[in-house]
Design a protein. Structure first.
Length: 261
């Protein structure tokens, strides 16, 4: 099979119930997956795997991790039985090592930040998948650099799928209905983020916690935005990303998705 240069995708994965409940965000992810050239393999960067240094999952048959509680039983019965991609994980580790960045390999499986969007985008579960952790203590610049180092994988037919959330304050989650309009402090941050992405303002994005309105309120901790920086780093320099979906659930969870070429 001939490899096709793959784009990079960032998705906001929302609550695990995205896998169950109909809605515009769910439909948008399904449509996005159908629109992409079929990758030979997928490297997922999920907000729900945090480690001190980069770790790569080399599971030959990744388990489906149900890393949540208090949700409908149907979610715990779901499985995403995609084959693993240990050779892809090894290649990513080689790219990091060449830049002097040490990595670890583990057999872990796919958390819901990985398997929920994968199930919607590629429901046949036929594409080999590996996963890369995030390092919440190391900030946006570190993750942008990870993306830059991973960029050559795209030429080998690898889809880099970054999964997080453009806004993510769970402390505000219970104060709003599912279909609530976002308050100004949420939409204002998201508008700022979108504008900087379209303008390619790398330095402003990396300094978002100081420059963006209500940045810390929208992201009390950084792990759900860090995958976006991996995606931006892996993108082709100078190419404007496309926002393929914009919306909110519960008023405060931004569900935007971006396609980077």
């Amino acid at each position: 099979m001939t490899a096709t240069c793959q784009p990079v995708v960032f998705v906001s994965h929302g609550a695990p119930t995205l896998a169950l409940e109909p809605g515009p965000a769910r439909g948008a992810l399904a449509a996005l997956g159908a629109s992409l050239p079929r990758p030979l393999s997928i490297l997922v960067v999920s907000a729900h795997w945090g480690t001190a240094g980069p770790e790569l999952d080399v599971s030959p048959h990744p388990q489906t991790i149900h890393d949540f509680y208090g949700f409908p039983q149907a979610l715990y019965e779901m499985r995403y039985p995609a084959p693993g991609a240990p050779a892809l994980a090894a290649r990513a580790g080689e790219l990091f090592a060449a830049a002097g960045l040490a990595t670890k390999t583990v057999e872990r499986g796919l958390d819901h930040g990985a398997w929920v969007p994968l199930m919607l985008m590629f429901p046949d579960a036929g594409i080999p998948v590996a996963q890369l952790s995030v390092q919440a203590a190391r900030g946006p610049g570190h993750h942008w650099r990870l993306g830059e180092l991973l960029r050559p994988l795209r030429e080998a037919g690898v889809l880099i799928l970054a999964s997080g959330s453009v806004t993510h304050n769970l402390g505000e989650f219970g104060r709003h209905r599912y279909d609530s309009e976002p308050p100004a402090w949420v939409s204002g941050f998201n508008d700022w983020l979108h504008g900087r992405l379209l303008a390619g303002e790398r330095e402003a994005l990396l300094d978002y916690r100081r420059l963006a309105p209500d940045a810390v309120r929208n992201h009390p901790t950084e792990e759900h935005l860090l995958p976006l920086f991996v995606a931006a780093g892996a993108a082709t320099s100078g190419v404007t990303p496309q926002r393929v979906y914009a919306g909110y659930t519960y008023g405060v969870i931004g569900m935007d998705a971006y396609l980077f070429q």
